[in-house]
Design a binder for this molecule. Sequence first.
Ligand SMILES: Cc1cc2nc3c(=O)[nH]c(=O)nc-3n(C[C@H](O)[C@H](O)[C@H](O)COP(=O)(O)OP(=O)(O)OC[C@H]3O[C@@H](n4cnc5c(N)ncnc54)[C@H](O)[C@@H]3O)c2cc1C
Length: 809
Amino acid sequence: MGEQAKVVIIGGGIMGCSLAYHLCKEGWTDLILLEKGELTSGSTWHAAGQITHSVSHYGIAKMAAHGTDLYPRLEAETGQSTSWHGCGSLRVAYDDAEVDWLNYTLSVGRGLGHEMEVIGPARIRQLHPFYNLDGVKAALHTPNDGHVDPAGVAFALAAGVRQMGGRVIRHRRATGLKQKADGEWIVQTSDGDIDAELVVNAAGTYARQVGRWAGLDLPIANLLHHYLVTETVPEFQDLPRELPVVRDDREVSGYIRMEQKSGLIGIYEKANATTVWDDGTPWEAENELFEPDFDRIMPWLQNAMERMPVFAELGIKRVVHGAITHPPDGNMMLGPSGVRNFWQCCGSQVGIAWGPGAGKYLAQWMVHGAADISMASFDPRRFGARIDERYRIEKAKEDYLLRHEIPFPGLDRPGCRPSHSKISPLYEPLKARGAVYQDVYGWERPHWYARDGVAREHVHTFRRSVVHDMVRAEVEGLRKGAGIADISAFAKLEIHGADAEPFLERISSNRLPRKAGSLTLTYFVNPNGRIEGEATLLRLDGDRYYLVYAAAREAMLLNWLEEQRLAGEAVTFQNRSEELGVLMLAGPGSRRILASCTPASLDNTAFRWLSAQEIEVAGVRNVRAMRVTYTGELGWELHMPLASMARVHEALMAAGGRLGLTHVGSAALNSMRMEKAYKSGHEITNEVTLAEAGLTRFARSGGFQGAAISLAAPERWVIAFLRLDEPEGDAPLADPHGSESIWLDGRCVGSITSGAFGFEAGAWIGWSYLKPQFAAPGTKLEVMTLGRSRRAEVLDRAVFDPDNLRARA
Ligand SMILES: Cc1cc2nc3c(=O)[nH]c(=O)nc-3n(C[C@H](O)[C@H](O)[C@H](O)COP(=O)(O)OP(=O)(O)OC[C@H]3O[C@@H](n4cnc5c(N)ncnc54)[C@H](O)[C@@H]3O)c2cc1C
């Protein structure tokens, strides 16, 4: 028998080394880490090596924290030097929006136990006497940040792998992959084949080439980034301590720190981003750097010199101009690829900082079927746009240019939209009515409608804005009369086959609908009891089912369902997401509007709540009408071929013109679902069980995989529904955006997942996960919002029509 291993990881940069180390820690030591040159000879060796807690994304904040925890102790554990410099850092802010961002980061990070503080210029000057603070209003001080020798930490992780029994093989290149009939792999290499159960692509700038061997076309491009090292700075000679790293997003668009007694300046230019190796990274490339391009970075380099006058007269002794991988949205690609037994661990633009955490949580996912944090924003199957060369490169450049911009909530990324988007035939007509679109899994979905002279453009802020009033008008229009929404982005899947029923019984929590035309809400559960997805499940007839679920999870859930099918099981999947469009019609007037466009009877006896029928609407036959909506009102979802949408929409609008019909976007739907206490993909992730997510009423007592674990009483955390008091005094008029920490008596007891302002309730309401002992209804808590405390109370039920009288009307 030839060489074999349970896992082969292709690529010995920081990402591959970290994954190998953490898989060994999880007990999977039968692995081979393959590196074609020396370890770190791709992008890793030339990184500047900084790590910061100044990140507001919950998952990335957890990953960064693992880095600052692991690196300082790795040297003692492995005997390999890592050069940890715990100098702390400062992120400076010049205007109110930047200060809001710092306060948002603080609201998330403090809850995770990260030491951080927003400080004013006087304190900044004490910490960093050399930085020119003209115009600086504040800074986020994160004292436990630092920087490392990137090659040193990767070598140390690899040393740890060897010590735990894993194999690290250098100077051996993977040259191809062959999948065997049983789904396992033959990894072809420059020195013979290796049989592997699982293969992981950690090939950095080669990840696209390696992905192609598995039939994948990864949307990653390589962007060039500079840092420069000055001559020795005389003023640094006798400093008793190392200065904190400064991140200056506006003026420098980058970072400045000490490198021994020299200065180091890294710049993410805000124009003319440049890619390299668009057609593939040469296999012979090793420790590759590029000629500096000073013209490209000059405006920001000049600003850097103005900010650090002690650098101004010094020469530059070293320039590092190297390649970094960027996916379209900037998040790493960590997880199953969609091809069986082929995993991704690539697309990393901040690998030194996030690599340790990425390896830790990916290893958990591979070994245990789920990680301790939600991995949805890193899932490699999250891209739904029509990806081609132009998209891949333009979106990566866009991401690079955003690296030092404020990551506003719902930040719009306009590149290649709608040219590469999925659009319904209503795209232009709704735009003409004021629709401001958002991207969801490559679909253009109306987010809100600009009315009354308000500009039809995205509003980027952490505070309440004019959008709040626009959404209020949409909600009121729907609740008083009727509302219509294009919700075509939903994933739509048919499941057929003689074994469809036992298949669904095995993996989903709720009782299957027995009669044709009945529907139910159900949850897919993995063998470890964690939730893989939520769907509305309609029985079409005997062994045919129709599933409707969140757009963002289209490929992820379909891929997971395919993998649940047992050998020989007669189950087929038909993804109808791009064939069918969906209009939601809801509100007290919706029955009258729909009735004037259809011969079908719509009263409660003929068409009951939670049922579906194929009806004719505006002369379009076989419109699949489902009496459910996300709004808590009487209403229907109308599923039909995309080509029929314009006709049905026009007819409903004509009828609605007489009766009152308002166009609503996803922001209004979100507000209404919160008042009904409906959950979303922010709450329902594969880090939680049914009991933790408060979903046991949608579950049988057993008979589905993972049931016992999923239904067991929560111990780690449990979902709780919160209502916040309005901001008082000089507190900013701002609401939580997700991930904010929740406090009781000075202790962090949980965090926010999602929420919205409820216009009936007159308050912001949202979901959170709390330590179970603090989740009882009536408990009074505090939610940190933009750095300030807001009073909150745990509620026991929906704030709007908790008995569903309106939906049943
Ligand atoms: C100038 C600069 C400064 C940076 N500063 C920072 C910073 O301060 N902090 C930070 O966190 N990040 C920083 N980065 C980013 C960081 O370098 C990358 O995010 C990180 O190194 C990516 O690691 P990786 O393991 O994905 O890729 P790589 O390091 O490129 O590793 C991939 C490895 O796979 C190997 N390989 C590929 N194909 C095969 C094959 N077929 N067979 C065997 N081996 C193969 C390659 O040889 C390579 O060694 C910086 C980047 C640049 C350019």
